[in-house]
Design a protein around this ligand. Structure first.
Ligand code: SF4
Length: 416
C-alpha cells in the first residue's frame, strides 16, 4: 500500500471526526457539540486535530513561542482551602508553614533582578486568616489587617525597589479588592480549573474548598474584565473532571473573553501525583490527554489567544505540546523553584530554547503582561512607566498578534 498524502493517511480512520474537524476549522471555531466529539480524538484523528490547532496558532502567532523570566514569591503557604492535589498549602502545625517577611520578599525579587528576571509571580493561599489563628498572628506581627493588604504592599515594595512587574495570584477577590491591587500589578490571574460543581462533593478534588466554587471564580474573572485587567486563567486536567467538562470550562473562558477581551493567556495544566496529597494514588493524565486537550483549547479559544502548558510538568516530552498549538511556556525561573510543583524542576533556559527550536519555533522572552495589553486601557497609570521600561528592556520584544486578528481588538498604545 502506498501513502498518497498525509491527508489520506490521517483520514483513513474515524472519518466522522475528520469531517467535524474540517467544519470547525472552516467556520473558525467548533460548536460545543463538535468540541465534545473532538476531545475524544485518537490516532490519526488526534494527529489531524493537532495539525489543525498548530496551523491556527501559526496563522496568528507565527513560529514564535514565549516565556516569562520570573521569580516565584510564595507570600504565604497558609490557605483556607484543602484541594486534594495541593502541596503548596501547609497546615499551620506543619513546620514548613510560613508567611514571608518583607525582607524575604525583597531578597527573592533582588535575586531575580540580578538574573535578569522581569516578573515577580506572587502566589499565596486563599484568605488563610479566616480560618487559621496562625495566619492572623503572622499578619498581626507584620502589622497588616489581611493577607490582601499585605500582598498589596509587597507588590508595591517589589516594583519600587527592583522594577520587577508583579503578577498576582491571590485567589478569589471581590471587585473592590481587584481594584486595590491593580495599581501595583501588571497582570493578575486565577485558574478557573474546572466549571464542574461535582468536584466540590465529598471525595472529589475541591471538597472543603470555598474558593473553588466555579461561579465564584467566574465572577472574579468577569469583575477583572470590567476593570480591563490583563488576566491569566486556565484549566487543570486530571482532577476528576470529564473531557466534556473540560470543554465546558474552555467555553466559559472563551465567552468571558469575547465579552471583555481581557484574558491574555490560558494555561492547560496537568495534574501531577505527589506522595503527600489526598490524590496521591490518582493516575496522572497522559501526554496524549494533554495533546488532545491543548488542541481543542486552541480551536475553542481561537488563534489569537495565548495558550500555555508548563514544561516542567512533562519532562522529556513537553516539546510535543508545540505540535498541539501552544505558543507559550509560562513563567520559567532561573532563580526559584516551582513551589506549586516543587518536585518538578524548571527546564534550564538553554534546554527550553533547544526543544523549542527542534520543533521549528523561536523562543522569545515576554513580560508578565503580553504586548497586546500594554495599552492605557489595561495598564494602571501608576504602572505605566514601569511597564514601558521593562518592555523596552527586552532585547527582542515579541511581535504582537497578527494585525488582522488583534487580541481582544486592542492595540499597543501610548499613554499620552
Ligand atoms: S490549590 Fe490553592 S486554593 Fe487549593 S489548597 Fe492549594 S493554595 Fe489553597
Amino acid at each position: 500500500m502506498s501513502l498518497h498524502s498525509v491527508d489520506t493517511a490521517l483520514g483513513t480512520r474515524r472519518t466522522d471526526l475528520r469531517r467535524i474537524l474540517d467544519r470547525a476549522l472552516a467556520r473558525g471555531r467548533p460548536t460545543r457539540e463538535e468540541a465534545y466529539a473532538l476531545i475524544h480524538a485518537e490516532g490519526g484523528d488526534l494527529a489531524a486535530l493537532m495539525a489543525g490547532a498548530a496551523a491556527l496558532r501559526d496563522a496568528h502567532h507565527g513560529r514564535v513561542v514565549s516565556y516569562s523570566r520570573n521569580v516565584f514569591v510564595p507570600l504565604t503557604n497558609l490557605c483556607r482551602d484543602k484541594c486534594a492535589y495541593c502541596t503548596f498549602a501547609r497546615p499551620p502545625t506543619d513546620p514548613r508553614a510560613r508567611t514571608l517577611t518583607p525582607d524575604e520578599v525583597l531578597a527573592i525579587a533582588q535575586a531575580g533582578q540580578a538574573q535578569g528576571c522581569k516578573e515577580a509571580l506572587f502566589s499565596l493561599g486563599d484568605r488563610p486568616e479566616q480560618v487559621h489563628a496562625r495566619a492572623r498572628e503572622d499578619l498581626r506581627r507584620l502589622g497588616y489587617p489581611s493577607t490582601l493588604a499585605y500582598l498589596r504592599d509587597m507588590c508595591r515594595l517589589v516594583v519600587e525597589e527592583t522594577g520587577l512587574l508583579p503578577h498576582a495570584n491571590p485567589g478569589v477577590l471581590t471587585p473592590e479588592e481587584l481594584a486595590e491591587l491593580r495599581p501595583v500589578t501588571a497582570s493578575m490571574g486565577i485558574m478557573l480549573e474546572s466549571v464542574s460543581e461535582r468536584l466540590l462533593e465529598p471525595g472529589q478534588a475541591h471538597f472543603g474548598c470555598p474558593d473553588k466554587v466555579p461561579a465564584a471564580r467566574l465572577a472574579m474573572m468577569e469583575a477583572a474584565g470590567r476593570l480591563a485587567i490583563p488576566f491569566t486563567t486556565g484549566i487543570l486536567i486530571g482532577i476528576g473532571e470529564t473531557r466534556e467538562e473540560r470543554v465546558d470550562s474552555l467555553f466559559a473562558i472563551a465567552e468571558l473573553h469575547q465579552r471583555y477581551g481581557h484574558i491574555q493567556e490560558v494555561i492547560v495544566q496537568n495534574f501531577r501525583a505527589k506522595p503527600d496529597i489526598r490524590f496521591r494514588d490518582r493516575p496522572e493524565p497522559s501526554v496524549f490527554e494533554m495533546l488532545r486537550t491543548l488542541a481543542v483549547a486552541r480551536l475553542i479559544l481561537g488563534g489569537a489567544m495565548h495558550i500555555q502548558a508548563p514544561p516542567n510538568l512533562t519532562p522529556g516530552a513537553y516539546g510535543l505540546y508545540l505540535l498541539a498549538g501552544i505558543d507559550d511556556w509560562g513563567g520559567v525561573s532561573p532563580v526559584t523553584l516551582d513551589r506549586i510543583n516543587p518536585e518538578a524542576p524548571w527546564p534550564k533556559l538553554a534546554e527550553l530554547r533547544q526543544v523549542t527550536q527542534e520543533a521549528g519555533h523561536t523562543l522569545v522572552e515576554r513580560l508578565a503582561i503580553y504586548p497586546e495589553y500594554i495599552t492605557p486601557q489595561h495598564v494602571a497609570p501608576e504602572m505605566w512607566t514601569r511597564v514601558k521600561r521593562q518592555a523596552q528592556a527586552l532585547a527582542a520584544p515579541r511581535p504582537v498578534a497578527h494585525p488582522a486578528h488583534p487580541v481582544g481588538s486592542h492595540s499597543i498604545g501610548e499613554r499620552p
